[in-house]
Design a protein. Structure first.
Length: 238
């Protein structure tokens, strides 16, 4: 599928948060941002098609659905917010109906830290790195300091290969240097404009453009383990 086709399908079928919650820093991942993230991951690094994907903080499902459009083998969408997952499920149904196919997406309502603990408990003996690729548009940490790095650290614990994460360009040096200490090769693979529309009452402008980096983390070769899940993950559809 071509880049413009992915963006067009997401634009017309994936609806945003109805009442975004500031405590979770809920902002829609735009179709433009999602399409470029996924297309880069797939075309440049072969990290989407036929891969097991974790969308950590899936929100309304933009990255999960986009991954399926590019042929992901299995996608797990995790989010703490039940309301967001209901919208996500409807968005999945919208695209499935238009394309007349069923997507391999499983949704789980869970806090990111709790999800990490659950996976580690079920897959012991360091066999918990069960996801080939982890995708994230994490909170920037403006409400809860360090939330962006907490999400990134959790991803490094659960990925057996690659992580794609969006971060403010202004935090580039800190994010890349810190991630490098976790046993990963770190690269900024794209610089993108995040067109952030007004979502909360305190927003004074209709929209604001934020410069963001698409950062790719690749587990260093000596630490890479191609692992297969031995048990099923508990799944819940809202």
């Amino acid at each position: 599928m071509k880049l413009w086709e992915i963006e067009d399908l997401l634009q017309h079928n994936v609806h945003p948060f109805q009442s975004p919650k500031i405590q979770y820093e809920q902002y829609i991942t735009t179709p433009h941002l999602a399409a470029h993230t996924l297309f880069t991951a797939n075309q440049s690094y072969d990290d989407i098609e036929n891969k097991t994907i974790l969308d950590l903080g899936t929100g309304t499902g933009m990255l999960s659905i986009g991954s399926c459009l590019l042929g992901a083998k299995q996608v797990f969408g995790v989010d703490i917010d039940e309301d967001a997952l209901k919208i996500c499920q409807q968005n999945i149904s919208n695209v499935e109906k238009e394309l007349e196919e069923t997507f391999p997406i499983e949704l789980l309502q869970c806090d990111a830290l709790q999800f990490e603990q659950m996976i580690k408990k079920r897959f012991k003996d360091n066999n918990h790195r069960i996801f080939d690729t982890i995708l994230m548009n994490p909170p920037f940490g403006t409400r809860v300091k360090g939330a962006d790095m907490m999400f990134l650290k959790i991803a490094t614990e659960l990925s057996n290969n690659a992580i794609y994460s969006l971060h403010k360009t202004s935090t580039r040096n800190f994010v890349t240097s810190k991630a490098a200490t976790w046993g990963f090769d770190v690269k900024v693979v794209a610089e993108l404009n995040y067109d952030l529309e007004a979502s909360y009452s305190f927003h004074k402008k209709k929209s604001q453009q934020i410069q963001v980096d698409l950062i790719r983390l690749q587990r260093k070769k000596q630490q890479t383990k191609q692992l297969q899940p031995k048990k099923q993950i508990a799944k819940k559809r809202p």
